[in-house]
Design a protein around this ligand. Structure first.
Ligand code: GLY
Length: 323
């Protein structure tokens, strides 16, 4: 088995599609955001503009920020073409799809599920954990039993496409982290309340039982309505070991802009693993201040952030550490 340090270094994260228009790059856009009317607004990792649009539409129809981030995360969860989230997600090395998700409301209460199988919308189960239980995190068989008790349906989440990709991978069985595009989403509703959500099928071909950063409050996502919120994508181990989203929010509390805070959180990863200066791993952060300022930063190129507000959906490309 590959050793942990090599495993950390061995990740390859593919570039985003460039077929979609990129509206702006880095800090210039963030300043424009700052000056314009921003509520409601939704921000998500990667080109999840359909998700941020769905989130804002929920708010425009009278829903809360919590309704919005749940609705947003459900978009890639239901998409069989999205191989990193929900239905259609690539399985673990044993060919089993296992899902992680978390959600956080404006008062800082959270719900989370890890290692959940057979349920298409883990984000909605996470919300049930928040609203219907005294707990924050429920895992594995217990999470499935809880979901079924709440009326969720058991489904086969392994699509033919994902199964074929796994079968191809099995030919070499080369255990190294590969591309995955977790959705983290943050939204501010028209009352100025911010909530967040994060959902993933995790690292493709991971060890059975592996859980990443996405369902861990403060790692994959964190929201504090005094300051703002942050969410993460990429190699979860690096985010977990630096509690990345919490770190970004705390740095914003100290007065850093969302972009500066995300950059410092990436610097923290590089400080821990200096060999990543040579490349080989990706982590991307997206952050939203409670005033509505958007920022992000990633280790490597290829990362993008979706932003929707009342009028417009746009894709921005934050700066990155390498290159
Ligand atoms: N960032 C998702 C994961 O590592 O599982």
């Amino acid at each position: 088995m590959i050793k942990r340090r090599n495993f950390i270094k061995g990740s390859v994260l593919g570039a985003i599609s460039t077929t979609t228009p990129i509206i702006s790059r880095a800090s210039g856009l963030f300043e424009i955001n700052k000056r314009s009317s921003r509520k409601p607004i939704a921000v998500a990792t990667w080109d999840n503009r359909k998700a941020t649009r769905a989130a804002v539409d929920v708010i425009l129809k009278g829903g809360s920020a919590l309704d919005a981030v749940e609705a947003g995360a459900r978009v890639p969860e239901a998409d069989p073409e999205d191989t990193s989230v929900g239905y259609g997600g690539l399985p673990d090395r044993d060919g089993i799809v296992t899902l992680d998700a978390c959600i956080m409301d404006e008062s800082g209460k959270a719900g989370s599920v890890t290692f959940l199988q057979h349920i298409k919308h883990p984000i909605s189960v996470a919300r049930k954990v928040l609203e219907e239980t005294p707990h924050v995190m429920i895992s594995g068989k217990g999470a499935l039993e809880f979901a079924l008790s709440q009326g969720f349906e058991k489904e086969n989440l392994l699509t033919d496409k994902a199964k074929k990709t796994w079968e191809e991978w099995m030919k070499n069985n080369d255990y190294r982290p590969v591309n995955h595009d977790t959705i983290g989403i943050l939204a501010i509703d028209d009352k100025g309340k911010m909530c967040g959500a994060c959902s993933t099928s995790g690292m493709a071909f991971k060890m059975h039982g592996r859980v990443g950063d996405s369902p861990v409050i403060g790692a994959g996502m964190y929201v504090d309505n005094e300051v703002g919120g942050a969410c993460a994508t990429g190699q979860g181990e690096l985010v977990l070991e630096t509690l990345g989203s919490f770190l970004v929010v705390e740095l914003m509390r100290q007065g850093l802009t969302p972009e500066e805070a995300c950059k410092k959180a990436v610097d923290r990863i590089i400080k821990k693993y200096p060999e990543l200066k040579e490349g080989g791993a990706q982590v991307g952060y997206a952050a939203l201040s409670i005033e509505g300022e958007v920022g992000g930063f990633s280790i490597d190129k290829g990362y993008s952030i979706a932003v929707s507000d009342k009028g417009q959906d746009r894709l921005i490309v934050p700066d990155h550490y390498l290159g």
